[in-house]
Ligand binder design. Structure first.
Ligand code: PEP
Ligand code: MN
Length: 342
């Protein structure tokens, strides 16, 4: 259920309603929004006296069965959400530059990390990415340097000055990751990890939520809803390719999802043509196509020397940093007069 209060109702009315709901042993989250405060409750609500609840002082409305993703939806908020990471803006109503998040798949060693960070910065990328915690499909692949990787990321951030996007896989690592990261990434394999999503509701850093490669568009939005309801409205959606019957590409970058997400949600959208194709030659065209489809930003894997990356891994899809510059130029040219979206 959702209970809605206008701003004028004041915090007392919200607190009284929380106290009213206490005997029913529900989980109740308080969600402050531009449209007043909401209480979102889950649990056995069969004995809740709805009429009494509706009549409580300050209660504007009660929605016993809200839509599955309410706060993430365009119905809730028409205007597109703008998320600021330092000076970088992702999303929003203005069709400005398309920020690029670039960097290697994983933190492997300080030398390559630092060289790649300087090179992607030089190429025009505005955020730096690299995973310290790597979710892998097999235990035989490099799993990341973990806490040591975070330390290296902090050092590189200090030296190069680009904001950091890095993955968090486990609830117990969230505090450590948020100390270093400017944006916390949830990988495709963790999109359905509700314990992690709830924990990320407690951080005040933006969350880059990657679509599971086997999730429907609505399931991505429901995952985003978890983070919002548990306290963090700064969610960035990421299309990174889904599993299909195609084998020429590693995954199938689902650009229908990008356009559909823009229609269904106000949240910013990032496209990841690196994982979405697995092929360097396809990254530029699919980056451009993603932007036309409605992506607000791009995530691209780059490395100063992909041949030196740890194998097996994502070395086959990494592009050279100077190629980022070409992608940025190609995307900019597209953006000049783009009246594609309603
Ligand atoms: C990554 O960004 O390197 C990554 C592991 O992404 P995904 O979770 O989309 O596979
Ligand atoms: Mn990767």
């Amino acid at each position: 259920m959702l209970v809605h209060f206008h701003h004028a109702a004041g915090v007392d009315a919200v607190q009284r309603t929380e106290a009213f709901l206490e005997p029913y042993e529900l989980i109740v989250n308080r969600i402050p929004t531009d449209d007043g405060t909401y209480l979102a409750a889950s649990g056995d609500q069969r004995t809740v006296p709805w009429e009494e609840l509706e009549r409580l002082d300050g209660v504007e409305s009660v929605i016993p069965e809200p839509p599955q993703y309410f706060f993430a939806s365009r119905e809730f908020k028409r205007e597109r959400t703008r998320i600021e990471v330092g000076d970088v803006v992702i999303g929003g109503e203005e069709e400005g530059d398309v920020p690029v998040i670039a960097g290697p798949c994983a933190v492997e060693n300080k030398t390559h990390l630092l060289e790649t960070a300087w090179a992607v910065k030089e190429a025009g990328a505005q955020l730096f990415r690299a995973g310290a915690f790597k979710p892998r499909t097999t235990p035989y692949n490099f799993q990341g340097l973990g806490y040591r990787g975070l330390e290296l990321l902090c050092e590189v951030k200090e030296e190069v000055g680009l904001p950091i996007v890095t993955e968090v896989m486990d609830t117990c690592d969230v505090s450590a990751v948020e100390e270093c990261a400017d944006v916390l990434q949830v990988g495709t394999r963790n999109m359905c990890n509700t314990a992690l999503l709830k924990r990320l509701g407690e951080t005040n850093k933006p969350i880059l939520l990657k679509r599971s490669y086997s999730a429907k568009i609505e399931e991505l939005l429901k995952a985003a809803e978890f983070i919002i309801v548990y306290g963090n409205p700064r969610v960035i959606l990421c299309e990174r390719g889904i599993q299909t019957f195609e084998t020429y590409t590693k995954f199938t970058l689902d650009l229908v999802a990008v356009a559909a997400l823009r229609e269904l949600s106000h949240l910013p959208i990032v496209a990841d043509p690196s994982h979405g194709t697995g092929r360097p030659s396809l990254i530029r065209p699919m980056a451009c196509a993603s932007v036309v489809a409605g992506a607000d930003a791009l995530m691209i894997e780059a490395h100063v020397d992909p041949n030196l990356m740890i194998r097996p891994g994502d070395w086959t899809q990494a592009i050279l940093p100077h190629e980022i510059e070409e992608i940025i130029a190609a995307v900019r040219a597209l953006r000049v007069d783009q009246r594609v979206h309603a």
